[in-house]
Design a protein around this ligand. Sequence first.
Ligand SMILES: Cc1cc2nc3c(=O)[nH]c(=O)nc-3n(C[C@H](O)[C@H](O)[C@H](O)COP(=O)(O)OP(=O)(O)OC[C@H]3O[C@@H](n4cnc5c(N)ncnc54)[C@H](O)[C@@H]3O)c2cc1C
Ligand SMILES: NC(=O)c1ccc[n+]([C@@H]2O[C@H](COP(=O)([O-])OP(=O)(O)OC[C@H]3O[C@@H](n4cnc5c(N)ncnc54)[C@H](O)[C@@H]3O)[C@@H](O)[C@H]2O)c1
Length: 499
Amino acid sequence: FSPSFLPTSRLPTHLCATEYDFDLAIIGCGVGGHGAALHARSQGLTTAVFSGRDVGGTCVNRGCVPSKALLAASGRVRDMQNAEHLDALGISVKGEVVYDRQKVADHAKNLANNVKGNLEKSLIGLGVEVIEDKGVLMGEGKIKGDESGKVYTAKNIILAPGSLPFVPPGVTVDEKTVYTSDGALNLEYVPEYVGIVGSGYIGLEFSDVFTALGSEVTFIEAMDDIMPTFDREIAKQAERMLIRPRAIDYRTGVFASEVTPGVQGEKPCTVKMIDAKTKEHVETLELDAVMIATGRVPNTKDIGLENIGVETNRGFISVDENMRVKTKAEDGSIVPNVYAIGDCNGVMMLAHAASAQGISAVENICDRPHAVDHQAVPAACFTHPEIGMVGMTEEQAVEKAKEEGWELGKSQGSFRANSKALAEGEGAGIAKVLFNKETEKIVGVHIIGIHAADLIQECANAMAAGTTVRELAMVVHTHPTLCEVLDEAFKGAVGMSAH
Ligand SMILES: Cc1cc2nc3c(=O)[nH]c(=O)nc-3n(C[C@H](O)[C@H](O)[C@H](O)COP(=O)(O)OP(=O)(O)OC[C@H]3O[C@@H](n4cnc5c(N)ncnc54)[C@H](O)[C@@H]3O)c2cc1C
Ligand SMILES: NC(=O)c1ccc[n+]([C@@H]2O[C@H](COP(=O)([O-])OP(=O)(O)OC[C@H]3O[C@@H](n4cnc5c(N)ncnc54)[C@H](O)[C@@H]3O)[C@@H](O)[C@H]2O)c1
C-alpha cells in the first residue's frame, strides 16, 4: 500500500511510517473514524481503519440518516393530512392520504445503505486501508484483529468505537415491542399506543414520526420537566407546538422501573413507573409498544483499553482538549500517540462533533495543535418544525454571567412577522439570541420554527468567528427569507429595528 497519488511534498516526512505498518490506525468507522481517515489521507498519512463491518456506524446505519428519512416521509404525511393548513394555501387533498408502512421503512433502509456505500467508496478511493475486522488494542502502537488475530502496528491510534443505546435497569428490550432506536428505525409496524421513555432528542424526533403516522404517544420522563436538557423557553414553545396539538400525553418525575415486552397484536407491553424522588410505585401503563430513548453509553468495553492504561469515566474515554487520551495517573498525563473521538469520549454526542474531533485529532498528529470549539458546535432536533441551538441555554448563561460578572443580553426574532414563514403558512416559532452586553459576542442562540436546523448555522459561524451582534446587525440578510428572523433578533440586540 502506498499513498502514491499524493504529491510527495504534502507528505509530512517525520510521520512517514517506516518501522510501523501505518502512520495512523483508527478503531471504528462511524462518522468520527471516517472523518479522521479522510483528513489523514489528505495530509498524506498512511491510514488504516478497523470497521468491524459497520462502515458509517450509528449515524449512517442506525441514527441520523435513517431517522431523518422517517421524519421526512412522516412529515409529508402530516402536512398532507393537515386540511386546515392546506386550505389556507388554497389546496385540498381529494380522498384519504395513505402511506405504505413498508415503503416508508424501505426508504430509511435504502438511504442508509446508499450513504454507507458512498462512505466505503470514499475511503477506498482515497487509499484508506479498510480492515473489516474489529480492532483490539494490544499495547503501545499495536492493534490486533479480533477475528484474524493478526497484529498491526501504527505510530498513532485514534479510538472511535462510538456508543450504544442505554437500557435502564428493569427494562427488557426485545427490539420488537420494547425497542431502542435500533429497533424503532425498522418500523416493523405502527403501534396504536406507544410509550416513549425519555424526552430527549431521540424521544422527541420519534414522537414526531409516530404521531404523523397515526400513533398515540405517552412520554415517560424521569426529570420534573419534559425535554429537560433543552432551553426552558424553547421547551415551553415546543410543548405548545410539538406536544399539545398532537396525540401526545406525558408523565414527568417518574422512572420507568420495569418494562416488559408484549406480543404484537396479542399482548400489551407493561411499563411500571415509580416516583423519581420517593421511588414509590405510581402507575402501570399497558401499551402496544415502548421505545427506550434514555441516552447512550460508550461502546468501549472490548477494545483493550486496559492494555494501555486508559482513564475512563462511566466507560467514556477521558480526553484533553486536543482529544489526547488521559492515563489513570492523576497528574493529567496522556497516553502517547493515542486519541479518542466521537461518542466514546462523551464530550458532545453529535455526528458532526465526532468528525470535527477526528479532523482535530489528525491536526494534532500532524503537529499543528488544534482544539474543537465545542461552544460553537450547533445542534438540531429534526421535528416539524425543527429546533436549532448553539452555545449555552438561557439558564446556563444566567449562571455563567453571574459567576463571571458580566451582563446578559437577550433579543428575540419571531417567525410570526416573517414574510417567508407566513408564505409557507408556518408562522409559529421564535429565535432567541443571548449575548454578553459588554463584548456584544453571542453566548447562545435557540430557534424553534421552520428550518431552524439550517438557520442555526449562521449563529454557529458567528460564534466560531467571534462576530458581535452589532456586526451581525449590519450584515445584509436576503429578503424574503427565514434568515430575517435572525436579522430581527440581531438588530433588536443593538437597539435597531428591523423593517
Ligand atoms: C436515532 C439516532 C438519531 C441521531 N440523529 C442525529 C442527528 O440528527 N444529528 C447528529 O449530529 N447526531 C445524531 N445522532 C448521534 C450520532 O449518531 C452520533 O453522535 C454519531 O454516530 C457518533 O459517531 P461516532 O463515530 O463517534 O460513533 P458511531 O457512529 O457509533 O461509530 C462507531 C463505530 O465503531 C464500531 N466499533 C466499535 N468497536 C469497534 C472495534 N473494536 N473495532 C472496529 N469497529 C468498532 C461500531 O460498530 C461503529 O460502527 C443520532 C443518534 C441516534 C441513535
Ligand atoms: N438530532 C440530533 O442531533 C440527535 C437525534 C437523536 C439523538 N442524538 C444524540 O443521541 C444521544 C441520545 O439521545 P437520547 O434522546 O436517547 O438521550 P438524551 O440524553 O437526550 O435524553 C434522555 C432522556 O431520558 C430520560 N431518562 C433517562 N432514564 C430514564 C428512565 N429510567 N425513565 C424515564 N426517563 C429517563 C432523561 O431524563 C432524558 O431526558 C444524545 O446525546 C443526542 O445528542 C442527536
